[in-house]
Design a protein around this ligand. Structure first.
Ligand SMILES: *Cc1c(COP(=O)(O)O)cnc(C)c1O
Length: 390
């Protein structure tokens, strides 16, 4: 179907991107025509949610794409709901003697929101300066380990969080672990053998993520008992009957969102290749500017992020200034770290020197599957101007 194709027309380059605002992210979800066949199936089945046929098909096709055992993936209404479902099913609500959930300070607010919804007090731990991830071995020795009832490592910007170290942590400490792999869809696609396992991982299909259903998400676990409990936790504690069996929420994916997911899957290979090509052109353009060593993009992080690592706070200030003057949007995706968010500013925390140093230096550059050469030129020129005055 023609409407399915992702349009990439270089002849469009000269128009909007020559002078207009370059948005930091320009998501591209399947067009209406690609959805219609799936929407007609909803009309025919008159099933709109509660793990209907489209959700079932989406789950099994995603399992095949990610080379997971059948039933290893449970869809959810958002990445945050997926986290809540995974936490409630594997750790339950916080217990008085172990009220803390250890989470990295360098993450999107949803990590803290989800643990708090499950009754835990978020406890902020610093990230490794090179991987931007929590370090399982160091956390094991934490002074407050006896008060920690849950750990949520985060795959920063979609970086992979491998099962191995956290399985060992869980075995050694007995503390439940849930991975916030919200942006890590491509890490699973590349290496599900190391990313998927008994420890549940929550993914987001938000419009801003690489694989998107507008709002949506899933939990992946190879533990079949746990995946069944996660379904329960996402559906009022119900499974095959209407008895509420456990701590729960309503976090189910609707058939309409599954329709978007199925259409997104139909073109995933094409979308994935296209963003790969775009990111390579971006990197080459920055190479010409002598700045490619500052660029962090796919496949190190998810393809929905194009990050620029500034050398100093002064340089970061210059980059922001020149971007503002050039109508180039940018974003600090994780703000200045969780502790700088007003609502979370009183959270207990470790020393956070790496987070505090990293967060203001990692600037999200504009990215889109069809980011034009003209836009890349403007971005590279602006970055060069900011870098040259060193
Ligand atoms: C996107 C994201 C989430 C939240 O996902 P939603 O689908 O928006 O609820 C959680 N954690 C991280 C690290 C994210 O990037």
């Amino acid at each position: 179907m023609d409407g399915d194709r992702i349009v990439h027309d270089e002849s469009n380059d000269s128009r909007p991107d020559e002078t207009g605002v370059i948005s930091v992210l320009h998501p591209c979800l399947p067009p209406v025509d690609a959805l219609v066949p799936y929407l007609r199936r909803i009309d025919a089945s008159r099933t709109y949610t509660n793990w209907g046929p489209l959700v079932e098909e989406l789950e099994s096709r995603l399992c095949r794409l990610l080379r997971l055992p059948p039933d290893a993936l449970v869809t959810a209404s958002s990445g945050t709901a997926a986290l809540v479902g995974a936490i409630l099913a594997s750790a339950g609500r916080a217990q008085p003697g172990k009220p803390l959930a250890a989470i990295p300070a360098f993450t999107f607010v949803a990590t803290a929101v989800a643990v708090e919804q499950c009754g835990y007090q978020p406890y902020l731990v610093d990230v490794d300066p090179d991987t931007w991830l929590l370090d399982a071995t160091r956390l094991q020795e934490h002074m407050l380990i006896d008060r920690i009832g849950l750990v949520v490592p985060v795959g920063a910007f979609g970086r992979p969080v491998h099962q191995e170290a956290w399985l060992a942590f869980r075995a050694r400490t007995g503390i439940p672990v849930v991975i916030d792999a919200a942006a890590s869809f491509e890490s699973f696609a590349q290496d599900s053998a190391r990313c998927a396992g008994d420890i549940p991982a929550a993914l987001s299909f938000h419009a801003t993520k690489s694989f998107a259903t507008a709002e949506g998400g899933c939990v992946i676990t190879t533990d079949p008992r746990l995946s069944r409990s996660i379904e329960e936790s996402l559906n009022f504690g119900f499974y095959s009957n209407r008895r509420s069996n456990c701590a729960s929420t309503n976090g189910k994916m609707s058939e309409y969102h599954a329709a978007i997911g199925l259409a997104e899957l139909d073109r995933w290979a094409e979308k994935s290749t296209m963003i790969e090509v775009t990111v390579e052109r971006y990197r080459e353009r920055l190479h010409l500017a002598g700045l490619d060593d500052r660029f962090v993009g796919r496949p190190v992080v998810a393809s929905c992020y194009a990050l620029y690592r500034c050398a100093s706070l002064a340089e970061a200030a210059r980059v922001q200034d020149v971007f503002r003057r050039s109508d180039i949007e940018f974003r600090f995706w994780y703000g200045a770290g969780l502790l700088e968010q007003p609502y979370f500013s009183n959270l207990p925390h470790d020393g956070l020197e790496h987070t505090k140093r990293l967060a203001p230096l990692i600037i999200g550059l504009p990215i889109a599957v069809d980011l034009s050469s003209t836009a890349m030129n403007r971005i590279a020129t602006a970055l060069q101007a900011a870098a040259e005055r060193r």
